[in-house]
Ligand binder design. Structure first.
Ligand SMILES: *Cc1c(COP(=O)(O)O)cnc(C)c1O
Length: 380
């Protein structure tokens, strides 16, 4: 009965695409985590999680619509809305759950979703759920293509879906252009700012602050699990949208509320971030240092002004080899392979942290240099 799956796993392994869970060895330098501001282990964030557990319990006990919700969740939502400059916000158990939940809630049979091809898997899955509710999905890769699709659309509800920062490449979509198209064709714009929250803009408010865009037609989704060092997801937008989601997003209604320790940690992380906005600039500065050092060493590292620095390797086996050689040097950076990225673009995806010292960056570069000398990191 499980035969088919065994065969499939064997094929993945032969192709260099098998995925396994690995224990993070002690004493390795993790250069692949999304803890951009070092907040996951910040003493204030950790003790806020402990205090929240003491006061409200380890779990939320039921869906917030059923068990009532606790004041801390309300406080976090108010704070997130203020932070993002929106009217209201709603938290979910993860960023993934947020995307699939609100896409389902936004869709009916007169909806067309315009989804960027490189959007995060949760938006792509969300589109499939939306299709089950009668929506149509169109995919675009350029603003020209988006314009053509919007022009030809007769849907009464149009929603453009865009990652703020593309998670595997670290680059940005030209959102001001996209927003102008949404204005022209009366579409909503849903931005997934999972990687921009805490890392972009002068004070870490994200992609909108970075680009100076603001509009009633924007819904912003984010995660508490990356720069904010906690766990959970959120959506910010007009009050009417938020009221609709809490009554119509299945992943909110039929799932247990975000647990108190995660809520407490995220709230504390937001406070640290607002008190110490220099973390934001330091994170991007470190990404730039890392990328330019790697380019000098001859790696195909790309810097787009965000903390995500992909190092394109090419072949799946070559990326695995490079990752393994780095691990021997005490550097943790797993290979990213298809189908997460296109064929022939397997890579290491490095992510900078604001808390790295200049010395640590030198250490990382030194180890990449010795790996380049000693290991066969070429295409096999
Ligand atoms: C990580 C990520 C998510 C999912 O967030 P989680 O809180 O980890 O579930 C959604 N969208 C993008 C673009 C992401 O990078």
């Amino acid at each position: 009965m499980w035969h088919e799956f065994e065969r499939e796993l064997e094929q993945h392994e032969a192709a260099g695409r098998k995925r396994t869970l690995r224990l993070l060895p002690e004493k390795t330098l993790d250069i692949a985590s999304n803890d951009y501001l070092g907040l996951a282990r910040h003493p204030e964030v950790v003790s806020a999680a402990q205090e929240a557990a003491q006061q409200f319990g380890a779990g939320a006990r039921a869906s917030r619509l059923v068990s009532g919700h606790f004041s801390l969740a309300q406080e976090l939502e108010n704070e997130l809305a203020r932070f993002k400059g929106s009217e209201a916000s709603l938290v979910f158990s993860s960023g993934f759950a947020t995307n699939v939940g609100i896409l389902s809630a936004l869709s009916n049979d007169s909806t067309t979703l315009f989804c960027h091809k490189r959007n995060h898997a949760s938006l792509i899955d969300g589109c499939r759920l939306a299709e089950a509710k009668g929506a149509t999905t169109r995919y675009f890769e350029s603003t020209d293509k988006l314009r053509a699709l919007l022009q030809n659309s007769t849907a009464s509800r149009k929603i453009v879906l865009a990652d703020g920062v593309f998670s595997m490449d670290g680059d940005l979509l030209p959102l001001p252009e996209v927003l102008a198209l949404c204005d022209e064709f009366d579409a909503l714009l849903m931005i997934d700012d999972a990687h921009g929250t805490g890392t972009l803009g002068g004070t870490g408010r994200g992609i909108e602050e970075h680009l100076g865009i603001h509009s009633e037609r924007i819904l912003t989704v984010g995660t508490l699990s990356k720069a904010l060092g906690s766990q959970g997801g959120f959506v910010c937008g007009p009050r009417v949208a938020i009221d609709h989601f809490l009554a119509a997003a299945p992943s909110f209604i039929y799932s247990t509320g975000l647990n108190p320790p995660a809520v407490g940690a995220a709230l504390a992380a937001l406070h640290v971030l607002q008190r110490e906005p220099q973390r934001v600039a330091r994170c991007r500065y470190n990404a730039r240092q890392l990328a330019s050092g790697l380019v000098e060493l001859g790696f195909d590292a790309r810097f787009s002004g965000t903390p995500i620095v992909p190092v394109i390797v090419g072949g799946d086996h070559a990326a695995l080899d490079l990752s393994a050689c780095l691990e021997e040097q005490g550097i943790w950076c797993p290979a990213i392979r298809p189908p997460t990225v296109p064929r022939g673009t397997a890579r290491l995806r490095l992510t900078a942290c604001s808390e790295w010292t200049a010395d640590e960056i030198d250490q990382i570069l030194f180890r990449f240099a010795s790996v380049k000398k000693s290991c066969d990191s070429g295409e096999r």
